[in-house]
Design a protein around this ligand. Structure first.
Ligand SMILES: [Zn+2]
Length: 342
């Protein structure tokens, strides 16, 4: 009985101590949990930040991909056009060959009299010009070309009368306020016998001498070809829509003759373009394959602020561009494999 009281007191003390220890532990755990939660929240917000950045990058990536696709499709179109040109060229060449073969009088003996004057007239067997002079009633403008002075000796012709004249008809496109139309111009060219140098002289027309089409028509065709990249047959179709007079639509041969005839003028324009690109603060340059006389050439496309120049070259290297532009820094653009001149 004497031991029971101290034993029970000891038991109660042990219980109280145990309870206190348990409470302390609980407090510690709760604090640890709180700390963890705070850490988790901080980590979560960081993750969200990273996620939004990733999304931004993703959308940027998508945009870049779209741009790349656009550029690629542009390149494909250019290739398609080139392929079309090649096919058209081949077809035209074959058609010309066929025409040559299909002469109506091929193999037949033809009696032809010797020409009385060897200096004039077309070669024997050559086809007629095909383009007749317009009906006098349909002529829109008549221009008279008299001379005040001799183009050879510069002597005055004011007191001289012309000895004769000849008419030269030109078909041309005239720009009106609301569109363009085909006009016939009759040029009356007077001939004089110069009293000073005794030469027969008349107004000199330069490259337009004997021309059947005026500079308006030539400019229209060259624009359609060089600026819009049209095919020769395509340009003829357009002209047929515009002028409704079939016999006045020039032939493909006439188109090509103009290109040859006005080569000097085109070189001048080309050099002016080069100068403009040289003065531009930047230029974007890219290239694509182009067949040239059975060989693989490269067509360089140079885009500057105000000028776009297509430049065929035998080589693909950036040195080809550097030689065309002195005083210009050229570098490679790593994204599209293109060259940027700045
Ligand atoms: Zn003279």
């Amino acid at each position: 009985m004497g031991l029971w009281l101290p034993l029970s007191l000891l038991f109660v003390v042990i219980l109280m101590l145990g309870y206190h220890a348990l409470r302390q532990k609980g407090k510690k755990y709760r604090k640890a949990i709180k700390d963890h939660q705070a850490q988790l929240i901080a980590k979560d917000s960081k993750l969200q930040e990273i996620n939004s950045k990733l999304q931004e990058k993703d959308s940027e990536n998508l945009q870049l991909k779209e741009e790349l696709l656009k550029i690629k499709s542009g390149k494909e179109k250019l290739k398609d056009n080139l392929e079309k040109y090649r096919k058209e060229n081949k077809r035209l060449q074959e058609a010309t060959k066929k025409k040559k073969r299909q002469r109506s009088d091929a193999g037949r003996h033809r009696d032809v009299s010797a020409p009385s004057n060897k200096r004039t007239g077309k070669p024997i067997g050559a086809k007629g010009g095909g383009l007749k002079n317009p009906n006098p009633k349909e002529i829109d403008y008549t221009r008279h070309w008299r001379l005040d002075s001799c183009p050879k000796c510069n002597g005055s012709l004011k007191n001289s009368n012309p000895i004769d004249h000849h008419d030269h008809h030109i078909r041309d496109l005239e720009k009106l306020k609301r569109g363009i139309r085909l006009v016939y111009t009759k040029h009356v060219i007077y001939r004089y016998k110069c009293p000073h140098c005794k030469c027969l002289v008349s107004k000199y027309f330069g490259k337009l001498k004997n021309a059947r089409y005026g500079i308006g028509m030539i400019a229209f065709v060259l624009y359609e070809r060089l600026e819009r990249g049209g095919s020769w047959e395509g340009i003829r179709t357009t002209l047929n829509h515009v002028i409704h007079t079939k016999e006045c639509v020039p032939t493909v041969k006439a188109f090509i003759d103009w290109i040859r005839k006005y080569e000097t003028e085109m070189w001048e324009v080309y050099h002016a373009f080069l100068d403009a690109i040289g003065q531009s603060s930047f230029a974007h340059v890219d290239e694509t394959g182009i067949p040239m006389d059975g060989q693989n050439w490269w067509l360089w496309v140079i885009v500057a602020t105000e000028v776009v120049l297509y430049l065929p070259s035998e080589t693909r290297g950036s040195d080809a561009m550097k030689t065309s532009f002195t005083n210009i820094r050229a570098s490679c653009c790593p994204i599209f494999g293109a060259l940027i001149i700045s």
